[in-house]
Design a protein around this ligand. Structure first.
Ligand code: C2E
Ligand code: MG
Ligand code: MG
Ligand code: MG
Length: 285
């Protein structure tokens, strides 16, 4: 009996694997046509300095699948990386974000996420250079967010690419700081302009004394290396106050603002109120 049970469990397991694989292939098929079908869009999440002023935005990709609805980035970015589709998608994100930011009246920065795959394939500095020329965005306003994984792959190659990017005048931010596996030595080997404390640390604030110690050490480390420190995932006033008190330069999170279509932030980017749906809605009230 035990044997037949085991067999049954295995069959369900097999069927489950099969279904997951088919589902993945179907999603991959749809991902191939998503850009051309106009299903991709960018949302923008504000970043505030210690005084609460909006100093920049992060561009975050959104996929509205025609039948599934919103597919979250953690579900399709890995698939895009596996299939190489991240190359055209990443290029579209970069161009779209730079074009958008170039139209703002306020010269605040725009942060764009880069996949490690974009680092390995193709000529990233050339792409960034031509997108800047094409869109007219001042290089100093573009901030490229990378993760430790980029340096982990092939340090000397990645660091050469990063240096070429920096020579264009763009800023480099280290995303999800504290979640990687590498040693801290790369922090002195490569001069990041900014480090982003991962939201998992922010969410531990006040839960225990250790987490508070970790946050203050991260801020101290960044400050000691003359890097800007931003914390992501800030959701509560308590987290905000703690981070400010510990010398964090900037904050990003639902407390400041959620990722939204740019029209939602017309005032923050200095766009005429007439263009703003929010302002329009407020006036009508
Ligand atoms: P990330 O770059 O670390 O972005 C921060 C993520 O945290 C975003 O999730 C954002 O919506 C979310 N977030 C921000 N503040 C809060 C908060 O206060 N509470 C909570 N619960 N969440 C918050 P999202 O948009 O789902 O993106 C997830 C990840 O997907 C990003 O993490 C990034 O690694 C990747 N991603 C998003 N857009 C792109 C893109 O255009 N290109 C690439 N290569 N990756 C992207
Ligand atoms: Mg990011
Ligand atoms: Mg992050
Ligand atoms: Mg993250």
């Amino acid at each position: 009996r035990a044997r037949s049970d085991g067999h049954g469990v295995f069959r369900t397991f097999e069927a489950d694997m099969d279904r997951k694989l088919r589902e993945k292939r179907a999603l991959e098929q749809d991902l191939r046509s998503a850009l051309a079908a106009g299903e991709m869009a960018l949302h923008y999440q504000p970043q505030a300095d210690a005084t609460g002023e909006i100093v920049g935005f992060e561009a975050l990709i959104r996929w509205s699948h025609r039948t599934r609805g919103a597919v979250p980035p953690p579900e399709f970015i890995p698939l895009a990386e596996e299939t190489g589709l991240i190359i055209p998608i990443g290029e579209w994100v970069l161009r779209e974000a730079c074009r958008e930011a170039a139209s703002w009246s306020k010269p605040i920065h725009i942060a764009v996420n880069l996949s490690p795959v974009q680092f390995r394939q193709g000529d990233l500095p050339n792409l960034v250079h031509s997108v800047l020329l094409e869109t007219g965005l001042a290089p100093g306003r573009l901030e490229l967010e990378i993760t430790e994984g980029v340096l982990f792959d092939d340090f000397s190659r990645a660091s050469a690419t990063l240096r070429r990017l920096k020579s264009l005048g763009v800023k480099i931010a280290l995303d999800d700081f504290g979640t990687g596996y590498s040693s801290l030595s790369y922090l002195q080997a490569f001069p990041f302009d900014k480090i982003k404390i991962d939201k998992s640390f922010v969410w531990m604030i006040r839960k225990n004394a250790q987490s508070s110690a970790i946050i203050s050490a991260m801020v101290g480390l960044g400050r000691g290396l003359s890097m800007n420190i931003i914390a992501e995932g800030v959701e509560t006033l308590e987290q905000m106050n703690f981070l400010r008190e510990h010398g964090c330069h900037a904050l990003q999170g639902y407390l400041i603002g959620r990722p939204q279509p740019i029209e939602h932030y017309a005032k923050e980017i200095g766009r005429a109120a007439a263009d703003s749906r929010v302002a329009g809605r407020l006036r009508r009230q």
